[in-house]
Design a protein around this ligand. Structure first.
Ligand code: FAD
Length: 315
């Protein structure tokens, strides 16, 4: 399904989604259903997290394969290096390419539970720049042996971006230099950590452009459904939850304020030059599709509308 233009002559709004592997059989059934709705909306890609919050790495590959085989959406594989020997990482990249998945988000990842940044297994891990190069090396090896899935393209590598800084960040300038190093190593675009104010993204991108960054930066947005969810994601992103949004979610008892907040943010970002919006789905399709409908990208949910009723031949 091609995205519908907002108004005549305007370029269609582009969008993508993030999902994570299900942690139970029941959640997997719900996810299969959500993913069908998400894919039918016509995203540029659907990304799948890797090892985040203790999920298994095999589960990520299974979900990527499901997307590849049962939807029209382009799957994008997150991959983290932390506590993984280089050879094992190369194997994971090989397996992913062999499954016909060529697009990656190259990440360092967080220290596993019970360890920290000083743990030798963590300090010995490849950083995001080294992972970008390793992915390219394995892609080149695949090109030489010619065992690529003919349906997959050459593939692109994306990287994480932190408009409000990363806990490891020494300074805004060091973050921007590090991002420029990721671009120089071969990254084609960036995806941001969650943020709540348009200025966080616009200010960061403008400084990065002045410093010489040229790759597109996709803003990562999440329409939160409840006050509790807002507090949780804000703490994971290391930012204070906006108190007006928190109050609105608590008072309304519905997900509507989260949708309205994301729509407002998306409008400001797109008007300020953002190339598209990347929506964190939390494995639910309802809120993100509501955002896209409000933005005028989608007519009613493509799956729930279903096939047209048969024509009544007797008339
Ligand atoms: P890096 O880019 O290697 O470094 C992060 C920051 O550290 C830099 O921005 C910079 O501030 C500083 N830094 C590091 N090295 C240098 C250097 N040499 N010079 C200067 N500064 C440096 N985690 C998961 O486990 N699984 C996932 O699926 C996942 N998906 C994510 C998706 C997105 C869009 C984002 C934004 C994050 C995701 N994360 C995920 C979290 C991510 O793995 C962690 O935030 C991790 O701590 C950093 O990974 P990174 O690739 O950004 O690291």
């Amino acid at each position: 399904a091609a995205p519908v233009a907002v108004s005549e002559g305007a370029a269609p709004i582009r969008f993508s989604f993030e999902v994570f592997p299900a942690r139970s059989g029941a959640a997997a059934l719900a996810l299969g259903h959500a993913v069908q709705h998400l894919a039918a909306a016509g995203p540029e890609f659907i990304s799948v997290t890797y090892g985040a919050s203790g999920s298994s790495q095999d589960a990520s590959l299974d979900l990527l394969k499901y997307l590849r085989q049962h939807t029209d959406a382009l799957p994008l594989a997150h991959l983290t290096t932390v506590a993984m020997p280089r050879e094992r990482l190369a194997e994971v990249i090989r397996e992913t390419l062999q499954a016909g998945i060529s697009d990656f988000l190259a990440l360092r990842g967080d220290p596993p539970k019970g360890s920290d940044e000083r743990d030798p297994a963590v300090t010995a891990s490849l950083d995001a720049v080294e992972l970008i190069r390793l992915i390219d090396e394995v892609r080149a090896e695949r090109d030489e042996t010619g065992d690529a899935d003919p349906r997959s393209g050459a593939g692109r590598t994306s990287v994480a971006v932190y408009p409000n800084g990363h806990p490891l960040s020494r300074s805004r300038r060091a973050d921007i230099d590090w991002l420029i190093a990721k671009e120089a190593a071969g990254a084609s675009f960036g995806i941001t950590q969650l943020f709540f104010h348009a200025e966080d993204y616009l200010g960061f991108v403008s400084e990065a452009r002045e410093a010489g960054l040229t790759m597109p930066i996709l803003p990562g947005l999440m329409p939160v459904a409840t006050g509790a969810q807002l507090r949780k994601v804000a703490s994971l992103a290391g930012q204070p939850a906006p108190s007006d949004l928190e109050r609105a979610l608590e008072t309304s008892g519905s997900a509507e304020p989260g949708v309205a907040h994301t729509v407002g943010l998306a409008r400001e970002l797109l008007a300020g030059g953002a190339p598209s919006v990347h929506l964190y789905t939390f494995n639910r399709h309802q809120q993100v599709l509501a955002v896209l409908r409000e933005l005028g990208v989608l007519t009613p949910d493509p799956v729930s509308v279903g096939p047209r009723p048969p024509v009544d031949a007797s008339r």
